[in-house]
Design a protein around this ligand. Structure first.
Ligand code: COA
Length: 719
């Protein structure tokens, strides 16, 4: 290392080049953006720098980012929305290839020094470097998320990654889009070294020097004994690809073209020299980029990031939000423990309160176990795990509440109980404490009646299991103060959720649109459609689980209660079926008591329980075309979503799409209910609803908004 830093030179926008003892430090920092992407200006800047490096200005180079938390977030996704034909996508990909081929073929070594996220084109840039080191920081993650956008890695990743880490590990990344922390990235060989964040730059410079001086050799993926060397053996590759394809089909039912295309390109590419293999990418990328699936998934990406940056208040949400460093949770059940885990992982201190010391201790144990399990998976050292556990403490009294910025009430769904808890919390907490209430059915205004500070009360509808589910539905009443909403939104984001802010009404948004969909499934069941057929039909439409299974998972008692609330509010169109009454009378609560629509053995779900048919009046088995089932369930949900917009529960269609996909598993490749209407055409949707209305009655009457849109030929989104 040396400190003979020469004058800082400005390159074109986005990349700065400094020289340090003959080593070029390339610093990425896209102006006026919160992330670095491989946008047109950055590519232009890189080209200029490559010209200079090719002409021998440096003996080695290090690629760094000055952007906190982000190395390179991949291609500029915005540009994908401009593609009007496959040729556009193909052309853009070829530009990327040219650039990264030049980087790979430089006569000098280049070290990728990764701090923050390296995603998509970010990882692909790193793959074109000679050596990769990653900072052991919280934000550092490496992944190829293109599949989640309906695309394939189009900047060489589909070919360079398997050659470096082997086919199996590469497919695991490319087919799931999962993001690896630095240690796991090292384990599979994606990065060569993991170093402390503070030392990243100095170590990168030292390594670059050693590589330039021939004192260190770059690691090659296809050395003897490497995963690739073994996986390329005759028969092995085809076995891996076949297994992977089976996995994809089981998971996606063939509804997503991208993973199948990835498999094809990897499979064929590995039989070719890398230069030729790379040629497979641009046409495949181009074709995928204009599929309806990719369009929907890209829409969802921007809908999600839009929801994350919109705190749901007038003015600057960021400025209004207050930091949450200490929070308390009342109710140490499964939900409370999950909220504690998610918060502690992001550095907050959590008091977990329950009514008895035993209950509190039980919740604490659940939270600790989950924290340890998840930290071990990330290969965190034991002292860190201990510190993490130390962030959650248990209590059966309201001690320590005064200093909390947020209290989340997560007790049983019972108005009186929640009222009492709200009063007790307000006694114990400060005037500045936000009171979040975790409910899925009780209107927030009803709960706020017990409060002496209703402006501080806000609904926080978490989805179970909290650690995994990506949505947080935030419910505001007319009294909720803006700083409270902004604080809840910022807290949601900090624990890794995508928040949507909705107005208070029975069922809020997610459960409201789920209710008629679930009810329709029961009506079909009473008509004689078999349980497994109902599940299969909706899985084939793209839901991750079918409605009958979902009933058992949610709990039939819970669903029964929620249905009653919804019927009271919207009785005129929520058709009544007696199936849930009968199931609950028969003590069937679903998975949790091992009795539901399905049989259970040792907690494992078995077959549909045939005795259910007897319970519901032995309907004559009936074959209904799958498309009819899908139409009845799918359209009733879409129609209800539009009503939520009409009724001002939703502030915009964007949140409706995000909430439906992230909250209840609406098929992502359909982009959400509102995007679905746009793609199908409001006129079509109305015509189909009218057809159902004439057969089954007014529960299918199209919403006024849809009818109006159909008449005027309008869409929810532009373009
Ligand atoms: N292209 C264009 N814009 C991008 C982007 C990309 N690759 N990655 C992020 N952005 C934008 C977001 O749209 C958002 O814009 P906004 O503030 O105008 O709403 C902004 O950058 C911040 O993103 P956000 O997700 O809100 O911030 P975060 O800190 O929570 O997460 C990332 C940052 C990079 C981890 C996340 O945005 C992400 O995963 N991006 C996807 C990357 C990807 O899929 N790359 C592969 C492309 S093929």
């Amino acid at each position: 290392m040396t400190d003979t830093m020469t004058a800082i030179e400005k390159s074109a926008a986005g990349v700065r080049m400094e020289m340090s003892d003959g080593i070029a430090l390339l610093r990425l920092d896209e102006p006026d953006k919160s992330v670095n992407t491989l946008s047109a200006p950055v590519i232009e800047a890189m080209r200029t720098i490559l010209d200079r490096l090719e002409s021998g200005e440096a003996r080695a180079a290090v690629l760094l980012s000055d952007k906190p938390g982000v190395w390179i977030a991949g291609a500029d996704i915005e540009q994908f929305t401009q593609f009007t034909s496959a040729a556009d996508g193909e052309r853009a990909t070829r530009e990327g290839h040219k650039l990264l081929n030049r980087l790979e073929n430089l006569p000098i070594p280049v070290v990728a020094a990764i701090d923050g996220v390296a995603l998509g084109g970010g990882v692909e840039t790193a793959l074109a470097c000679t050596y990769r080191i990653a900072a052991d920081t919280e934000k550092t993650r490496l992944g190829l998320p293109e599949v989640q956008l309906g695309l394939l890695p189009g900047a060489g990743g589909s070919q360079r990654l398997p050659r470096l880490v082997g086919i199996r590990a590469a497919l695991d990344l490319m087919l799931t889009g999962k993001r690896l922390d630095p240690r796991r990235a090292k384990k599979i060989g994606l990065v060569d070294e993991v170093v402390p964040g503070a030392d990243l730059e100095s170590i990168a410079i030292r390594i670059a020097g050693e590589l330039a001086d021939g004192k260190r050799e770059p690691r090659r993926g296809n050395r003897r004994g490497s995963p690739l060397a073994l996986e390329r053996l005759p028969g092995v590759k085809s076995f891996i690809i076949r297994k992977a394809r089976e996995g994809v089909m089981a998971k996606t039912r063939g509804l997503y073209p991208a993973p199948l295309r990835i498999l094809e390109v990897v499979d064929r590419g590995l039989d070719l020299p890398v230069e030729e293999a790379l040629e497979l990418e641009p046409p495949a990328f181009g074709e995928l980029s204009v599929t309806p699936e990719a369009r929907s998934l890209v829409h969802l990406f921007f809908a999600t990031t839009g929801a994350k940056s919109d705190a749901g208040v007038e003015g600057d949400g960021k400025a209004l939000a207050r930091d949450v460093e200490r929070l308390a949770i009342v109710g140490a059940g499964f939900m409370g423990a999950g909220i504690a885990t998610a918060s502690a992982e992001k550095g907050m201190r959590v008091r977990l309160k329950d009514i008895t010391p035993e209950n509190a201790a039980k919740g604490l144990r659940t939270a600790h176990e989950s924290l340890v399990k998840r930290a071990r998976r990330r290969k965190r050292p034991s002292h860190e795990i201990e510190a993490l556990k130390g962030r959650v403490t248990a209590t059966h009294e309201y001690t320590g509440f005064r200093r909390t910025e947020l209290v989340v009430e997560a007790v049983f769904e019972d108005v009186e109980l929640k009222h009492r808890v709200i009063r007790e919390v307000e006694e114990a907490a400060s005037e500045e404490t936000v009171l979040g209430t975790n409910t899925s059915t009780i209107p927030i205004a009803t709960l706020a009646e017990a409060s002496s500070r209703p402006g501080n009360v806000i609904g926080l509808h978490f989805f179970s299991p909290v650690e995994k589910m990506p949505l947080l539905e935030i419910i505001v009443t007319p009294q909720t103060e803006d700083w409270v909403t902004a604080t809840a939104h910022a807290y949601g984001k900090r624990i890794g959720k995508t928040p949507i802010v909705v107005n208070d009404a029975p069922g809020f948004y997610a459960n409201r649109i789920l209710t008629p969909y679930m009810a329709e499934a029961l009506l079909l069941l009473e008509e004689g459609v078999r349980m497994e057929e109902l599940d299969r039909a909706m899985k084939n439409w793209g839901f991750p689980v079918g409605p009958i299974t979902l009933y058992d998972e949610v709990g039939l008692d819970v669903a029964h209660k929620a249905a009653a609330v919804m019927r009271e509010a919207f009785g005129d169109r929520m058709e009544e079926s007696s199936v849930l009454d009968r199931m609950v009378e028969d003590d069937r609560m679903g998975r949790k008591n091992g009795r539901g629509f399905f049989t259970y053995e040792d907690g494992k779900k078995g077959k549909p329980d045939e005795s259910v048919y007897g319970l519901i009046g032995d309907p004559e088995p009936k074959e209904v075309p799958e498309a009819d089932v899908q139409e009845r369930l799918g359209l009733t949900m879409v129609n209800e979503a539009v009503r939520c917009l009409e009724d001002d529960v939703l502030r915009n269609p964007r949140d409706g799409d995000v909430g439906a996909v992230l909250g209840i598993g609406f098929p992502p490749f359909r982009g959400g209910p509102f995007w679905y209407v746009d793609r199908t055409g409001a006129e079509q949707v109305v015509a189909r609803l009218r057809a159902l209305e004439s057969r089954f009655g007014r529960r299918f009457s199209p919403s006024a908004r849809l009818v109006e849109m159909a008449e005027k030929g309008e869409t929810f989104f532009e373009g």
